[in-house]
Design a binder for this molecule. Structure first.
Ligand code: 3UK
Length: 560
């Protein structure tokens, strides 16, 4: 594998790539994936798009109504890039940590870092000092640009050699004040297509986080595959969504895809379902990116809202239950595009739109990607049989200096950790995370299938299904944790009603023998259900601490 000459003076990123023999196979099957020898994705997404669509089009829309044109974003990114290089000493290849809620300034800092040849490390505003410290140790940033409301945990993290510059604050040395004094022109650093552009952390549910490394060409490749061929955005589209830009689902859906298409994007600091739907109505949003749980929650909120501007809805992060797809379709007439993506592959690699959708299935591989279902030895299994999902495409897994590379990439294929079935028509049907398959009395039971059945009951708001040890029988039984609709009693009668309902929906041996009611379910900061916590609770019979509680304790310890 031959890499192009790097434009980085600080070679940390290239030096931290996995050894060549551990890389996934990369395929560039589509003509649009033949990128030039010098490529800066932040130039392509601004100057490139402006040359095709014009510079004065609306680009970023803040929740409060402020609108930035493409030219405004370019100018502000250039001013910030000048602060980075002229005042903070950034040299190409340095990592810059970004921290703040989704808003135009966060996007401007993202572009500034890339235009100056830096490597972006966007972090979730929810992360606390300990988590930020780990990220700092792993990717050794020299500069952090941080929303002035979120500096406390970053300061507390005490990352060595890090200069923290706040933005959107009131101090005289704030970035917002400093950038105003800078000219708006800039020599964009002519990076190599395979220079590292960003480090993205996996939302992994356990253990030390993993940093995935993505090139300038990867940023464009996700738009030139999933967006161009499945989403098919138009220049007059208005995008919006809930995922934070630190989650690559949000970065692609809310920045890369709209800007590659000349469209505009609404950036919301708060994007819980009520805020999100209000923004859809207020900004006439046409393309929406959010999670399966949010689509389900929005069903109860549609009421008076005018959502007639929506033409495309994308769901990812977790499986979209068929029940949710159907209920949303019945309520709105819209066909949600379910897509499976991962931080390792940067964005969605299986997903279908419009009449190609088969509700309950993730769809077919996105043009540019190839998938297969394999057994433990890596050999393809026949259609209709359970196996592990394996994928290759123009993007692929490269962990920063991490042995777990060899678990994700086997024989050149990316193994996502998901159990799937492919049908004879080439559609992929998600079963469960491979670790989450429940084996009960010799049967393979996929938790999400039981969840889908439960979600068809009108009293169920959310649920999570795991295997629980049954000591008396010496086996594992199916256990459901259920959040009930308001006003429904958590009674033995409700338990029986839900069990009977599941038995009528799917093969009766899959029904949850145990049901426990909860006010909420444990989720990661990207909104994924933490089944491992439910499993631990099912084993010990005790509720585990949520992340927030764990953090609060750590904080009070360090304060005391
Ligand atoms: C699961 C899904 C079923 C699956 C992501 C879109 O979720 C993203 O990245 P993560 O690294 O997690 C990857 C894992 O999440 N998953 C995601 N989407 C689906 N399972 N159906 C789906 N539609 O286990 C996968 O291996 O957090 C999603 C775009 C960018 C992303 N980073």
């Amino acid at each position: 594998m031959q890499l192009s000459p790097s434009a980085h003076l600080d070679s940390f990123a290239r030096d931290s790539l996995p050894p060549p023999q551990q890389w996934p196979q990369l395929v560039f099957d589509l003509p649009e994936l033949a990128y030039p020898e010098r490529l800066n994705c932040a130039e392509e997404l601004l100057e490139g798009t402006m040359s095709r669509h014009g510079a004065d089009r609306p680009c970023l829309r803040a929740g409060d109504g402020a609108t930035w044109s493409y030219a405004d974003l370019r100018d502000r990114a250039n001013q910030i890039a000048r602060v980075l290089t002229e005042d903070l000493g950034l040299v190409p290849g340095n990592r810059v940590l970004l921290r703040g809620p989704n808003n135009p300034m966060l996007v401007a800092t993202w572009f500034a870092v890339l235009r100056a040849g830096g490597v972006v490390v966007t972090t979730m505003p929810l992360l606390r000092a300990g988590e930020l410290r780990t990220i700092g140790e792993m990717c050794r940033p020299t500069i952090a640009l941080c929303d002035a409301r979120f500096t406390e945990d970053l300061d507390k993290a005490g990352i060595q050699g890090l200069a923290v510059l706040p933005y959107s604050g009131t101090e005289p040395d704030d970035l917002t004040a400093q950038m105003a004094a800078k000219p708006t022109d800039l020599q964009v650093v002519p990076t190599a297509p395979d220079d590292v552009a960003l480090l993205a952390f996996t939302s992994g549910t356990t253990g030390k986080p993993k940093a995935t490394m993505h090139f300038h060409r990867d940023v464009l490749a996700i738009a030139d595959t999933f967006a161009t061929h499945v989403l098919k955005p138009r220049a007059d589209d208005v995008f919006a969504g809930s995922p934070p830009l630190a989650f690559t689902f949000g970065l692609g859906g809310l920045v890369i895809f709209p800007l590659r298409a000349g469209a505009s994007t609404v950036l919301l600091e708060k994007a819980a379902p009520p805020d999100l739907l209000a923004a859809v109505a207020a900004h006439r949003v046409s393309v929406l990116f959010t999670s399966p749980v949010a689509y389900r929650a929005s069903l109860g909120l549609l009421g008076e809202l005018d959502l007639s501007s929506l033409r495309r809805c994308v769901s990812a992060g977790e499986a979209l239950p068929k029940a949710t797809w159907e209920a949303f379709h019945a309520a709105t007439g819209l066909k949600i595009i379910d897509g499976i993506g991962s931080t390792e592959l940067l964005h969605i690699f299986i997903g279908s739109a419009d009449d190609e959708i088969r509700p309950g299935s993730t769809g077919r591989p996105v043009p540019g990607y190839r998938a297969q279902i394999v057994d433990e030895s890596g050999a393809a299994v026949p259609d209709g049989e359970l196996g592990r999902l394996a994928v290759i495409g123009p993007t692929g897994c490269r962990y920063l200096a991490d042995d777990r590379q060899q678990a994700y990439v086997v024989n050149g294929w990316n193994l996502t950790g998901d159990t799937y079935i492919r049908d004879a028509d080439g559609y992929y049907w998600y079963q469960a995370r491979s670790d989450d398959m429940i084996i009960s009395a010799g049967y393979n039971i996929a938790g999400p299938e039981v969840e889908d059945a439960l979600l068809r009951h009108p009293d169920v708001l959310e649920c999570g299904v795991v295997g629980a040890p049954d000591e008396q029988r010496g086996t594992t039984v199916v256990k459901a944790y259920v959040v009930l609709r308001e006003g429904v009693p958590a009674s033995p009668e409700t338990v029986t009603a839900l069990q009977e309902h599941v038995k009528a929906e799917i093969a009766p041996y899959k029904y949850p023998r145990l049901i426990e009611f909860r006010d909420a379910l444990p989720r990661t900061n990207t909104g994924k259900l933490q089944r491992f916590r439910l499993r631990a609770e099912a084993e010990t019979g005790a509720e585990t601490e949520t992340d927030a509680e764990t953090d609060a304790e750590t904080d009070s310890e360090s304060a005391g």
